[in-house]
Structures are given as structure tokens and as C-alpha cells.
Design a protein around this ligand. Structure first.
Ligand code: NAP
Length: 525
């Protein structure tokens, strides 16, 4: 079956044979995708013209209600999505839940949050600015929805959440969504779009999808579009430098790769709650989605006296987690999504092994449960130990996109800060400590290079939301190599899909223009 593309308000098949999407356990072809011969310029124009106009005619609360209906449609088909996740991504039940339920949860969060913006259609920011004596001439800042399309170029690891965490704020802001999912796992995103389109809960043109190569898509971007990209730093650089993007100063958001840290404080010694919480979280991060999360823990910074004990505790837990075919009962860790990803992960692992010893795993010939290693794309969960600290050449730079993490001992808080910062900008760091001096020094010292910092101690216990778990109400994105993007953060995310401008004029004009505006301060409320 070749997946159709939803463009110009109708389903269109790309030409040629198409690219096959495979089951990463058996290697069997499942469906194929193609964007060959499709008119992407007209498809974008249709989204802007029809979808954009219809969405902007709605108020924020009407769009919020539409998001709730989208969530209901997806909720009703949840079982189908778990099945596709299993077949196309090799997802365990927990992995599929992370992606699919995460998507629905995020949509519902925006449906709820969007109600607060009420019957407005744009945002008024701040107080009037006096520009002349007696108030006859003033300035007022506004944010209006952008009249282009919100173009999403997404990564393979979150075909569901990656689509809807971007689409929810964009649709709520009044921008039509045009998504190009990553080819290896495009099936789930395509099915979700098909279900939402069939349900008729969004206006025509509000949701478009093209599967397969992006082809000439970026040639047609305009100054009122937003391009939001998630994927590797290399592709991000190509997109940022695309001539049309540069020439038209197109707004770009990039969520790229990241060598995230878990940092144990000096008080997180064996026997402490903080030590146990760290061990549990590191193992969870290595197992969920087989480590294929942009937020996953890649580096574990531990005080030198406890680093070995920590590594042993993580290894002992990993040894108890069956790795194999997610269809088999008891399997906890599945494959990577493709042979290509397996090859890339093993190449990265080989680099890390040049300067780190293997504490657990790392066997390229290991035998997964109920799967033939020749066809399947497994990487054995692996924990490494690197004594080189800041002098390491690869550990701080190479993101192995799989179940691999490296323990790095540190001597003191200053060294922990330096190692965390050496990641060059990360999505997240988690800190396991109840020591106020350590936390108080560490967090501000790494904050400008991290999008999110999660601090866990005994009092928080298991109530934390997770190192790798992105909450719709909190910021997602990181500086530097993480791409410099910002997503989510509740209604703050709407700012990317609006354009700020100031109107200077008399009070009557400003009053007139403010009639459909709601207070932009609500975005941060
Ligand atoms: P990728 O190879 O960079 O691909 C990402 C997307 O870009 C895919 O849809 C791909 O399409 C498309 N693409 C590739 N070349 C393009 C071009 N020249 N023009 C337009 N689009 C192009 O990344 P990936 O392997 O899918 O994803 C893994 C990476 O994503 C990891 O490094 C991970 O850390 C990162 N990631 C980051 C986040 C975050 O939120 N920060 C979240 C998830 C993943 P095709 O698939 O058709 O090639």
C-alpha cells in the first residue's frame, strides 16, 4: 500500500514505486511513501489561502474547542496507533504510549489552556506607550497570527507527539499545519492526519501532509510561514541556509540533537534516596524507546567516589531487562527504528569505546529475544565509563541515538559545571541532590546552556515528571547544538506563530484595533 498525501484538501498519491517503510524487527516492508510529481507550491498556497483564512476567522476559544475534538478523534483510534507503532517503530507498549498518549495529552492541554484567550483573534501586548503630549499620539504593541503556513519537518522518533506538540499551538494561534514526517516512520503521522481529516473537525486546508522526500518544499516558503524543524544538526544547518529561507527571512525553529546530562550531587551516595532516584531514571532513559529520545540521558556526571557504585547499580538493573521483539511478553526494550539507525548508533558507540570502558552491554553480536539479528535493528543497551572528564574527545559531542550512556566521574562542583556545559547546549539536565549549596551553585551556572533543568530530591521522590518527558506546560528546546529552538511552555508557544508589531496613532484608532485583542500577558500566565 502506498500512503496518500493530503494536499490541496484532497488525497493525492505520489509517483513511482515509492520508498518502503519497514518493520525494524523482521525487516518486512509495510507500506510505501512517495512525494514524486506533487505540486508542493500549490499545496502550500492552498493551506495558506483556505486553511489560514478559515482558522483566523475563528476565535482562540473556537480553535481550542477544535483541538479538543482532534484529541477525541485520536483517543478513539488509540489502539490502531499502538499497532502501527509496534509494526513500524518496533515500539513496546510503553514506547507507543510515550508517543501516542503524549500526543493526545499535549492536544488536550492546549485545548484546555486555549480557552483562557476567549473570543479574541489577536493579542495586545503591554500598555500604551505615550508618544506625544496629552496622549493624542500613542503606540500599542500587538501580536497577530501569521498568514502563512506552519511547516513542520519532523524526526523519525516521535511520529505522533512530534506532529501534535507542534500542531496544537500552531492551530490554536490560527496557522494551518503542513507536515512532512520523517520517512522511516511516516505511517503513524499519516494515519493520524487521515483520521482527523475524515472526522472533519478542522477546516479544509488546516492540515496537510506530504510523506517521503521534502523535494522542493523549501523553495516555496514565504515570509509569513514558520518552518519548525526537528532532527539532526546537519539537516538543520541545510534548512537554515536554504536560499529561500535566507532570502525571505523565514522564521525557523530548530530542535536538534543534544548530549543531555544527569548530574548526581555529592550527597547522592549509595543508600540515599537521591542515588536510587538517579539509578531508576538513568535505566528508564536507556530503555524507553530504546534511547531514541532527543531528551535522553547521554552523560551521567557522578562524584568520583560514587561513580563506580552508580555504574554497577545501573548495570545490575539493565541486566534484568529483556531486549527483543516487543510482541513477546516480558520484553522491555525494543529495536531501533531501522538498520540505518542501528549502523549509525554502532558507529557512534565504537567512537565512544575508544575512550570509555564498557560496564554493561556493548556486544554487537548479542542475540535479542525472538528476533533474527540479521534482519532486526537492535542495539544492546550499553553503559560506558569514561575517566577522561573534560579531556574526552567524543563523549561530549557524539550523540549515540540509542540505548547508550556514559558515566563520567567529577572531582567537584566546578568540574560538574564544566562537563555539563561542554555539551555545547542541551535540551535538559537532571540533578539528583538535596544539597542546597550544590544545587544553588550548579543550576545558575548551567542554566544559559540548558532549556530545562529538573532537580530531584527525596522530597520530590517519584512525583517528578521524568528527565526525558516533555510537559506541554513547560519549555522544550535548548541552545547551541540543541538547535536554539523553543517549543511548548504552555501558551508561550503561540508567540512563534504570531508576528509582533506596533501601531502608532491616536487613541481612537488604537481602541478600534484592540477590540478583538486579548492581553498577551496571558501567554505567560
Ligand atoms: P534527520 O535525518 O535530520 O531528518 C529529520 C527530518 O528532516 C526528516 O523528516 C527528513 O526527511 C528531513 N530532511 C532531511 N534532509 C532534508 C532536506 N535537505 N530538506 C528538508 N528536509 C530534510 O533526523 P532524524 O534522523 O529523523 O532524527 C534524529 C535526530 O533528531 C536526532 O539527532 C535527535 O536528537 C533529533 N531529535 C531532536 C528532537 C528535539 O526536540 N530536539 C526531537 C527528536 C529528535 P527524510 O526522513 O525523508 O529524510
Amino acid at each position: 500500500m502506498k500512503l496518500a498525501n493530503h494536499l490541496c484538501g484532497r488525497w493525492q498519491e505520489g509517483g513511482g514505486e515509492g520508498l518502503a517503510l519497514l518493520d525494524p524487527v523482521s525487516g518486512e516492508p509495510l507500506v510505501s511513501v512517495s512525494s514524486e510529481g506533487l505540486d508542493l507550491a500549490e499545496a502550500l498556497a492552498f493551506a495558506r489561502r483556505e486553511g489560514g483564512r478559515a482558522l483566523r476567522a475563528m476565535t482562540y476559544e473556537m480553535r481550542a474547542a477544535a483541538l479538543a475534538r482532534v484529541a477525541d478523534v485520536l483517543q478513539a483510534k488509540r489502539a490502531d496507533y499502538f499497532d502501527i507503532s509496534l509494526r513500524n517503530s518496533g515500539a513496546t507498549e510503553a514506547d507507543a504510549g510515550f508517543d501516542v498518549d503524549g500526543a493526545i495529552f499535549t492536544l488536550k492541554a492546549y485545548a484546555r489552556a486555549g480557552k483562557v484567550l476567549g473570543a479574541g483573534r489577536c493579542l495586545r501586548e503591554g500598555a500604551r506607550v505615550p508618544l506625544a503630549k496629552d496622549g493624542v499620539f500613542q503606540g500599542q504593541h500587538f501580536l497577530v497570527p501569521m498568514s502563512g503556513a506552519a511547516i513542520f519537518i519532523n524526526a523519525f522518533n516521535f511520529p505522533a507527539w512530534g506532529l501534535w506538540e507542534k500542531a496544537a499551538p500552531a492551530l490554536l494561534a490560527g496557522m494551518p499545519v503542513f507536515v512532512k514526517p520523517a520517512t522511516p516512520t511516516a505511517w503513524l503521522a499519516q494515519r493520524m492526519v487521515a483520521d482527523v481529516v475524515e472526522a472533519g473537525v478542522l477546516p479544509p486546508g488546516a492540515l496537510s501532509i506530504v510523506c517521503g522526500s521534502a523535494r522542493d518544499l523549501l523553495d516555496h516558503v514565504g515570509e509569513c510561514d514558520v518552518v519548525s524543524f526537528t532532527g539532526s544538526a546537519d539537516t538543520a544547518a541545510r534548512i537554515r541556509n536554504h536560499p529561500a529561507v535566507v532570502a525571505r527571512a523565514v522564521r525557523i525553529n530548530v530542535e536538534a540533537d543534544s548530549v543531555n546530562s544527569a548530574i548526581l550531587g555529592p550527597d547522592a551516595v549509595p543508600g540515599s534516596a537521591e542515588f536510587d532516584l538517579a539509578v531508576k531514571e538513568i535505566v528508564r532513559e536507556l530503555s524507553i524507546k530504546a534511547g531514541q529520545k532527543c531528551t535522553a540521558i547521554r552523560r551521567v556526571l557522578a562524584p568520583a567516589p560514587v561513580a563506580r557504585a552508580l555504574a554497577d547499580a545501573v548495570a545490575a538493573r539493565l541486566a534484568k531487562m529483556p531486549v527483543g521483539n516487543p510482541r513477546t511478553a516480558g520484553v522491555r526494550i525494543g529495536p531501533l527504528v531501522s538498520k540505518a539507525q542501528q549502523t549509525a548508533a554502532l558507529a557512534g558507540l565504537a567512537k565512544l569505546r575508544e575512550e570509555a570502558e564498557v560496564v554493561y552491554g556493548g556486544d554487537p553480536d548479542f542475540v535479542p529475544v525472538d528476533a533474527d539479528p540479521r534482519q532486526a535493528a537492535f542495539v544492546q543497551p550499553t553503559l560506558l565509563f569514561c575517566e577522561k572528564g573534560l579531556a574526552a574527545r567524543y563523549v561530549h559531542d557524539v550523540e549515540v541515538f540509542g540505548p547508550v550512556a556514559t558515566v563520567l566521574p567529577y572531582a567537584d562542583a566546578a568540574e560538574a559545571v564544566a562537563i555539563a556545559r561542554r555539551g555545547g547546549g542541551s535540551l535538559v539536565a537532571s540533578v539528583y541532590s538535596a544539597d542546597p549549596a550544590f544545587v544553588g551553585a550548579l543550576v545558575p551556572a548551567i542554566a544559559d546552556l540548558h532549556g530545562r533543568i529538573m532537580v530531584v530530591d527525596a522530597a520530590v521522590g517519584s512525583n517528578h515528571t521524568g528527565h526525558g518527558n516533555v510537559m506541554p506546560t513547560c519549555l522544550h528546546g535548548g541552545p547551541g547544538r540543541a538547535g536554539g529552538g523553543e517549543e511548548l511552555g504552555g501558551l508561550r508557544a503561540l508567540a512563534m506563530y504570531h508576528r509582533r508589531h506596533v501601531v502608532q496613532g491616536g487613541p481612537a484608532v488604537l481602541e478600534l484595533l484592540s477590540q478583538e485583542a486579548v492581553d498577551a500577558a496571558l501567554l505567560g500566565a
